[in-house]
Every structure is written in structure tokens, then in C-alpha cells.
Design a protein around this ligand. Structure first.
Ligand SMILES: O=C(O)CCC(=O)C(=O)O
Length: 275
């Protein structure tokens, strides 16, 4: 199934029956993202939705003011605070299933490591606007951001649990710096604001069951609307210095590893933490 050639490189619309790993790698290298439509079955998404909604309801109660006033995501979903051991194992199994590893291994062939999970939803406050950013801008000054996009590799794998407006991405910015319009909007310079439209943006509508893979450091924004609830898993190339981003509590305990079918990605993270 994977060996069949992708019908059109530029369409970026891959179906589970019609993609090859090498075409996905090429699409990612060229543009910084790709989508596989209907990658997950209804049963897989229903089971995942159940665990994630359990997390989300408890998280919202526990973070009521933050949720009401400014939140648009939560993180640390695999941690022990809101989910039982069984629920966590189910989630660990989904995130490291062969289906996911096929994609992750194609893009990060040597020892890919699990970093974190995030859950994106609509802000309660309608004044909050979706905003352009590169993930690395929260850790680096401008020169550091320029280096980050050349040197490091963090993948977002987005699994929408409901149909959503999706993401808007600026193709190729995983490997190139901002043009003037992008820079002024993203950095809110020269009177521009980060929620303004970018002429280079490409909207990617997503449905439950799709998988969107994109580079964390490309220019992107989530599009608020519909009933969005999207689970993102972040995975990194161990040659980058990201070990401090891993929360111990979000990794499986050693005793859980034998209940996870394919625990390699977590073992890689545990090994990095011990170095
Ligand atoms: O969906 C969103 O609101 C933002 C998503 C995002 O920025 C990310 O996944 O890094």
C-alpha cells in the first residue's frame, strides 16, 4: 500500500491508499508539511476522543479562570494528573502506533524522541484572534530563530478529533526566513498585528481522521472556529537540544513500557534524560 506512488506531489492531498513514504519526505522537505486524509479509522478516532475528552473536561474544571479568560490550548496530556494509568497507556499506544511511527521514522530516521502533547481548542473569549508564529520565537531572539530553522527539527503531528477549519501555514518557511510582510505581522512590527492575513498563507481544512504533519518552526497559526479539538504530538530529532522540554511525568513509567506495543519513541526520550 505504501509503495504506490503519490498521484500528485503538489496537491499535498495524500490518501492512505496512495502515498509513499519517500513522497511524504519530499513534500515535507520542500514545503514543511503534508496531510494524509482519512488516515485514522472512525474506531481509532472514537476511542481517542473518549480519552481526550476525559482529560479536557477535568482540565477545564481545574483551570476555570485561565480557560475562560485566555486559554486556547492545554498540554501534558499524557501526564498522570488527569488520566488513569489505563487511559494513559491507551494514549501512549495510539501516539506510538505503527501508523504514527511509519511517518515519524520517515522524517526523523534516527532515534526520534517524544517531547510532549498539546490539545488545541477555541478560546472562550471571542476577542481572541488566531495569530501567526514560529514555535521557536518563544525561546529565541531573532538571530536564534534564524539558526533554529536551519539546524533543528521538531515535528507537529496534528490529529483533529472533530472537523475543523484547520491550520494556516506558510509553505517553505521551515527552511527560509520571513519576507518583510511575514516578519512585520508575526513580530508585530510597523503597526501590524499577528492576526492579520498573510498573502503567503495556505489554509488547510482538516476533518476528524486526517493527519497533518508540519514543522514547528515554520510560520503557522491555528484557525479558530467550528468545534475544534485537535491533539498535537511533538517529536524531535535527538541531535537538537530539546531534552529539557520533556516533562518526566508525561513519559510512561518503566513499569508501563511492557503494556505499550511499540514504546521506542518513549525509550528514546527516557534514554536522553539519563544522559
Ligand atoms: O491550533 C492552534 O491554535 C495553534 C497551533 C500551533 O500553533 C501549534 O500547533 O504549534
Amino acid at each position: 500500500m505504501l509503495e504506490q506512488k503519490n498521484k500528485s506531489f503538489n496537491s499535498l492531498e495524500n490518501s492512505p491508499e496512495m502515498f509513499s513514504q519517500s513522497s511524504l519526505v519530499n513534500q515535507y522537505a520542500e514545503l514543511g508539511y503534508f496531510v494524509i486524509r482519512n488516515y485514522f479509522t472512525n474506531d481509532e478516532i472514537s476511542a481517542l476522543r473518549k480519552v481526550i475528552l476525559t482529560f479536557h473536561e477535568k482540565w477545564k474544571k481545574d483551570n476555570e479562570t485561565f480557560y475562560r479568560e485566555e486559554a486556547f490550548n492545554s498540554s501534558l496530556i499524557t501526564g498522570s494528573h488527569y488520566l488513569t494509568q489505563e487511559e494513559r497507556i491507551e494514549l501512549f499506544n495510539f501516539l506510538s502506533a505503527e501508523k504514527m511511527m511509519k511517518i515519524i521514522d520517515a522524517l526523523i530516521p534516527v532515534d526520534p524522541a517524544f517531547m510532549n502533547t498539546q490539545l488545541f481548542f477555541n478560546p472562550v473569549n471571542p476577542q481572541q484572534k488566531d495569530f501567526w508564529h514560529r514555535d521557536c520565537q518563544y525561546d529565541h531572539d531573532i538571530e536564534g530563530q534564524k539558526l533554529a530553522i536551519q539546524e533543528t527539527q521538531v515535528l507537529h503531528l496534528r490529529v483533529p478529533l472533530f472537523d475543523e477549519l484547520g491550520m494556516e501555514l506558510v509553505p517553505e518557511t521551515h527552511k527560509r526566513w520571513d519576507n518583510e510582510e511575514e516578519y512585520n505581522v508575526r513580530q508585530e512590527e510597523k503597526g501590524r498585528t499577528s492576526d492579520e492575513a498573510l498573502s503567503t498563507g495556505r489554509k488547510i481544512k482538516l476533518s476528524a481522521g486526517d493527519l497533518l504533519v508540519f514543522s514547528a518552526d515554520m510560520i503557522h497559526r491555528g484557525l479558530y472556529g467550528l468545534d475544534r479539538l485537535a491533539l498535537d504530538v511533538l517529536v524531535f530529532d535527538p541531535s537538537g537540544d530539546f531534552v529539557d522540554y520533556i516533562d518526566d511525568d508525561c513519559l510512561p513509567e518503566r513499569s508501563m513500557l511492557n503494556k505499550i506495543e511499540n514504546p521506542r519513541i518513549y525509550i528514546n526520550s527516557l534514554n536522553l534524560k539519563q544522559m
